[in-house]
Write a protein that binds this ligand. Structure first.
Ligand code: HEM
Length: 267
């Protein structure tokens, strides 16, 4: 649908630039705080786009339309690569620069990003504890709850494999999708069969590699985050209340598609 316009379209109006560029509110007079805000806001915009693409990919995998799903997933991976590159811009901020305005952040932290958690949930990394940070934002909380309650991309990929004839047990297909996913030997076996005979299972083989791309890019982003954090605050605690770099290190092993990683040992 195209909305009728009363005024001629301009670049600024189309992009709502006056609104967009009025959303940066540094709370100190330190130059680097603007960079800090812009990097975070950019990441939230990219997360918004990733969420749209992941919803598309979920629908398409559910409908066994795997080729269009690859396209959405490829786009997500490219966005993740851009987000990872942005650490290099942030790393131009030194520890001295950051310490000049860190206090204005109070207890706020990227840890509380609802869109980051929604992406994790859509992929399959479900942890309801993060809902608690959205008590003052009902819409954000509702989007997280919806992602938590629905089958993840991994649940849908496993269901697609079952429909394609691979032996997936009922206990996996009928699992309570609101709960964290636990790796299952039969799922690993099924995808092992795909990797052992790619020509026969080309669609699922390609799907599995697109999923690995997403997990890989997520882990790369996490690595660069913790490295940048160590570079800027060393071993200090996080503003969000965790131990800081030590906590972030503990997230590096998170995998949304665990059997796709473990099966590689047996190939
Ligand atoms: C000076 C720069 C930064 C520092 C020192 C920093 C530090 C931290 C720390 C210590 C945590 C753990 C939670 C806490 O206790 O706060 C965290 C979490 C997080 N940060 Fe950052 N951060 C920085 C920049 C960014 C940027 C630029 C982004 C996004 C573009 C970001 C996104 C996140 C996310 C999504 C989490 C949650 C990670 C998880 O729980 O897996 N951070 N950050």
């Amino acid at each position: 649908m195209v909305v009728a316009m009363t005024e001629p379209m301009t670049y600024a109006r189309y992009l709502a630039l006056d609104d967009l560029l009025a959303c940066q509110h540094p709370r100190s007079d330190c130059d680097d705080e603007m960079l800090f805000i812009v990097i975070h806001q950019t990441k939230e915009l990219w997360l918004k786009q990733m969420i749209r693409e992941l919803h598309l990919a979920l629908e398409q995998v559910r409908a066994d339309r795997l080729v269009p799903a690859y396209k959405a997933m490829a786009r997500v991976s490219r966005i993740q690569a851009v987000m990872t590159l942005s650490w290099d811009v942030l790393a131009t901020m030194t520890p001295s620069d950051y310490s000049r305005f860190r206090d204005v952040l109070g207890p706020s932290s990227g840890f509380q990003s609802d869109q980051f958690r929604t992406v994790e949930y859509l992929l399959g990394l479900k942890d309801p504890r993060f809902l608690a940070y959205q008590d003052d934002r009902p819409e954000a909380r509702a989007a997280m709850e919806a992602a938590l309650a629905a089958p993840s991309l991994w649940d849908e990929a496993i269901a697609a494999a079952a429909r394609a004839g691979l032996p997936i047990p009922a206990e996996v297909l009928e699992r309570d999708v609101t709960q964290p996913y636990a790796p299952h030997a039969a799922v690993e076996e099924a995808f092992l069969a795909v990797y052992r005979d790619p020509e026969r299972h080309w669609d699922l083989y390609q799907l599995a590699e697109k999923l690995i791309d997403l997990d890989d890019a997520m882990a790369t982003w996490r690595h660069k985050h913790v490295l940048t954090v160590e570079r800027i605050i060393g071993g200090k605690r996080g503003t969000g209340g965790t131990a800081g770099a030590a906590y972030l290190h503990s997230t590096l092993s998170k995998r949304a598609f665990p059997e796709l990683w473990s099966l590689r040992t047996s190939l």
